[in-house]
Design a binder for this molecule. Sequence first.
Ligand code: IMP
Length: 199
Amino acid sequence: MKIPEKIVFATNNAHKLREVREILGNRCEILSLEQIGCHDDIPETAPTLEGNALIKARWIKDKYGFDCFADDTGLEVDALGGEPGVKSARYAASQGAGVSDHDSKANMRLLLKKLEGIENRKARFRTAIALIIGDDVTIFEGKVEGEITTVPGGTDGFGYDPVFRPLGRELTFAEMTPAEKNSLSHRGRALEAMIEHFC
Ligand code: IMP
């Protein structure tokens, strides 16, 4: 399948947009939701990452008519039985901590508190991407294994980046250059799979 000249990435998260534009380079033009005039609060109610990615992509295709892709990411921590997983964005809020969704600092604080005194810090980021081109729907996945640090490190990146150190690395995602993070990240790997699909 040929890569479209223009495609919508169903997000308004500036960090994600930058990462995706850097990874896809000049292969195609990436439009954000803002650029197509979409300010909808798209529900993310599925019990899986794949399901939520599909809801977002389907919403844009059906309502706005654009070919598009959407991602959903979860941080799975082994000692917490895979939590926060699909609830990663609203982790602190879902525990009644009196904070809004997407409060990264509160999410990291809660995660570090739950892991206090626990030796097994193994975790992984998993991303599902749903791509809709015409009538074709394809799901791609990417993951990266690593561990949760005991204190946040670094100021770059977003979300849980300061507390996630990929396996075999000394730096957290938030301490790496964007290029370094993209070369091994969950989103980078899912996007590589999507790029291969087009070639
Ligand atoms: P969503 O995919 O935007 O729903 O993200 C779910 C949660 O994971 C949010 O709290 C994000 O901030 C966080 N998240 C998504 N991608 C990344 C990443 O690449 N690094 C760190 N946190 C991320």
